[in-house]
Every structure is written in structure tokens, then in C-alpha cells.
Design a protein around this ligand. Structure first.
Ligand SMILES: Cc1cc2nc3c(=O)[nH]c(=O)nc-3n(C[C@H](O)[C@H](O)[C@H](O)COP(=O)(O)OP(=O)(O)OC[C@H]3O[C@@H](n4cnc5c(N)ncnc54)[C@H](O)[C@@H]3O)c2cc1C
Ligand code: FES
Length: 325
């Protein structure tokens, strides 16, 4: 909302795995799109007839194993997470010539070009920013190793492209047959000074940080990005009472408070919609159940105080919550 969005056109769709589709998004007038570095992502805005505005974030892949994308094109890959939510809506509606609104690239997971030696770790769809980093490192002839874990080869997007790109530097781990990846062993064999970039499911990212800590590594040596909100939530519906207007808005079990207020036409501030930027917190006047804080913005003390919440991801375990709005 705060930054200026622009329109792009879907120019190509490619099925990468049963659940992952790659989309090429091109500028509508052939002009270059804003530049970005490895690890960057864009916010994709779409409107569902049933759910209203849907904003989801997708990493920019940057090109194939062989060539960079042209300056007027972005490449993303979207994994369908369920049959009803944002990623399913994208799979159902994004087709060549469809126009969509996106935000400019944002990079919360930048690759430091000065790193002497890099270990990249990807789990599942977490390959998207990691592939973009591998492209950058391979093109600059930098020393790196990449470990890509997934259930099996067929389920792993960009598997063969990565093999072509990284060659001997790539190791593939198939958990269907090999079980959980031993991250402690992967980190333990790294030469002194290796810097790690990891993107994948929460347990994988947490295990990487834990392994680095156990080895006595400085915390700055492990960089990570998570695709989802911090803690899982209990899916149940509740009502939000708005103290200033006296209105009550129902929040369905599969919607956030922010989604529900937006659909009801209540003006609210937001940007990241994933509990990180701190634009959406509202004052909580009362709640008949414990608050489920799922953001990474509020401090532990602020969460414990229970008088504010990030409405983009957090919920109540009760049936009614009263907000100062
Ligand atoms: C920086 C970044 C890069 C990403 N890159 C990729 C990528 O390259 N490819 C890819 O496939 N995915 C990527 N993702 C994940 C992507 O943005 C979506 O989260 C994913 O597609 C699932 O969306 P969904 O709507 O299907 O699932 P959902 O689970 O419905 O929605 C996902 C988001 O909405 C919130 N949400 C949903 N329901 C509720 C509720 N009831 N209450 C509160 N909050 C709720 C979730 O907490 C979550 O943040 C990335 C995410 C981030 C943050
Ligand atoms: S919109 Fe960024 S924290 Fe909620």
C-alpha cells in the first residue's frame, strides 16, 4: 500500500512440479522493470471474488541456469499450498495476457557479494531465492556449495536447472528415501569462514541456526528467510468489535483480521502483511481468549502485555476481540 505498485502482464506459465508453477511477468510497455539483487522478492496483489484482496510475496528467480531474464521481465515460481487460499487463486487465474499488480522488489535476504565462501541451503520451495543466489555466485565464479533438500526429485522445482547451473557444487537430498537432512554434519564440514544462506521450512531454518550455534559460529554467519508467519495458528472464526465505530466484523477461520477488515471497507494501514514491518498493529481493548501473536515485529514484552497486536497475522483464541479502531 505504501510503495507504488505497478502493472505487469503474465507472459508465460510453466509447470515445474505437480504443485509448483513458474510465471514470467513482463512490463506492459516493454520498459525495464526495477532492478533487484539475489534474494529479492515482490508482493503480488490479486483480487479474489470470494476473499477480496490477496497479497502474497514471491522471490525473484532472475533467469534460468543458462541466461538472465531480460530487464522487462520478472520470473517467480508459486507452490500451491491448499485448494482455497492465495496460491491456489494464483494457479487458477494467472494465465498468459492476464494483467496483475505487483510491488517493487524488496530484499530482506541479500547475498553479500564480499563473502569469500558461501554455503546455500534450500528446502522445498525455499529454492527460489537460493537459486537466484546460486546464479549470481556461479556467474561470478565464486566458491560455493549448495544443498537442496526435498521429498524426491519430481517434487523439487528447478532441480535439473540447479544441477546444470551448479554442477559439482550441488548436492541433492531426497528425504523420501534419505530421511531428514543432517544439517549439523553439513555445517561441520565447512571450511573456516563459510557464510550460510538458508531458506526453507521453519524446522530446517531453525536447525541450521542451532547447528551453527553448537559449532560456536558467530551469528552473522547464517542468513535465513522464512516464507510463512512464525507460529502456527488455531483455525477458528471470531468477531472483531471496533470500539470507535461500534461495528462488528466477522473473521473467518481462513482469513486474517486485516483481510476481514479490508473486505468490510474498514481503512487500515498495512505493508508487509506477514508480521514484520510494524505498520498494522492495533490497540487491543479486550479479548475473551488469549492472543495468538504470530508476528516477528512486537517484542516478547509487548506480546506479553497483550494490549496490541499485528492484525495481519495474529488472532485471538476467543470468540470476540475489541480493538481501538
Ligand atoms: C519473502 C517471501 C518470499 C516468498 N517466496 C515464495 C516463492 O518464491 N514461492 C512460493 O511458492 N511462496 C513464496 N512465499 C510464500 C508466499 O508468499 C505465500 O505465503 C504462499 O504462496 C502461501 O500462500 P497461500 O495464500 O496459499 O497460503 P495461506 O496459508 O493462506 O497464506 C499465507 C499467508 O497468509 C497468512 N494467513 C493465512 N490465513 C491466515 C489466518 N487465518 N490468520 C492469519 N493469517 C493468515 C499466513 O500467516 C501467511 O502469512 C514467500 C514468502 C515470503 C515472505
Ligand atoms: S502489515 Fe506489516 S506487520 Fe502487519
Amino acid at each position: 500500500m505504501a510503495r507504488s505498485n505497478f502493472t505487469v502482464e503474465v507472459t508465460r506459465v510453466r509447470q515445474l512440479t505437480e504443485r509448483v508453477r513458474e510465471y514470467l511477468l513482463s512490463s506492459v510497455d516493454g520498459r525495464p522493470l526495477p532492478e533487484y539483487g539475489p534474494g529479492a522478492h515482490i508482493a503480488v496483489h490479486t483480487v479474489s471474488p470470494t476473499r477480496g484482496l490477496i497479497v502474497r510475496h514471491y522471490s525473484l528467480i532472475g533467469g534460468t541456469d543458462r541466461e538472465d531474464d531480460p530487464r522487462d521481465t520478472y520470473r517467480i515460481a508459486v507452490q500451491r499450498e491448499s485448494d482455497t487460499r492465495g496460491s491456489a487463486h494464483i494457479h487458477a487465474t494467472f494465465a498468459p495476457s492476464v494483467r496483475i499488480e505487483i510491488g517493487p522488489p524488496v530484499n530482506d535476504f541479500p547475498l553479500d557479494r564480499r563473502d569469500a565462501r558461501v554455503l546455500l541451503i534450500a528446502g522445498g520451495i525455499g529454492i527460489t531465492p537460493i537459486f537466484s543466489m546460486a546464479r549470481s555466485l556461479a556467474r561470478r565464479n565464486r566458491a560455493f556449495e549448495i544443498v537442496y533438500a526435498g521429498r524426491n526429485r519430481a517434487a523439487m522445482a528447478l532441480h535439473d536447472e540447479l544441477a546444470g547451473l551448479a554442477r559439482d557444487a550441488a548436492t541433492f537430498h531426497y528425504s523420501d528415501t534419505a530421511g531428514v537432512l543432517d544439517l549439523a554434519a553439513v555445517l561441520a564440514r565447512q571450511p573456516e569462514g563459510t557464510v550460510v544462506y538458508v531458506c526453507g521450512p521453519v524446522p530446517m531454518v531453525e536447525a541450521t541456526h542451532a547447528a551453527a550455534k553448537a559449532l560456536g559460529w558467530h551469528t552473522g554467519r547464517v542468513h535465513s528467510e522464512l516464507f510463512g508467519a512464525g507460529a502456527p495458528c488455531t483455525p477458528h472464526a471470531f468477531d472483531v468489535k471496533l470500539a470507535r465505530s461500534g461495528r462488528t466484523v466477522h473473521v473467518g477461520e481462513d482469513a486474517s483480521i486485516l483481510d476481514a477488515l479490508g473486505a468490510a471497507g474498514v481503512p487500515v494501514l498495512w505493508d508487509c502483511r506477514r508480521g514484520e514491518c510494524g505498520l498494522c498493529p492495533l490497540t487491543v481493548l479486550s479479548s475473551d481468549g488469549a492472543l495468538e501473536h504470530r508476528d516477528r515485529y512486537l517484542s516478547d514484552e509487548e506480546k506479553a502485555a497483550g494490549d496490541q497486536m499485528c492484525i495481519c497475522v495474529s488472532r485471538t483464541q476467543g470468540r470476540e476481540i475489541v480493538l481501538d479502531a
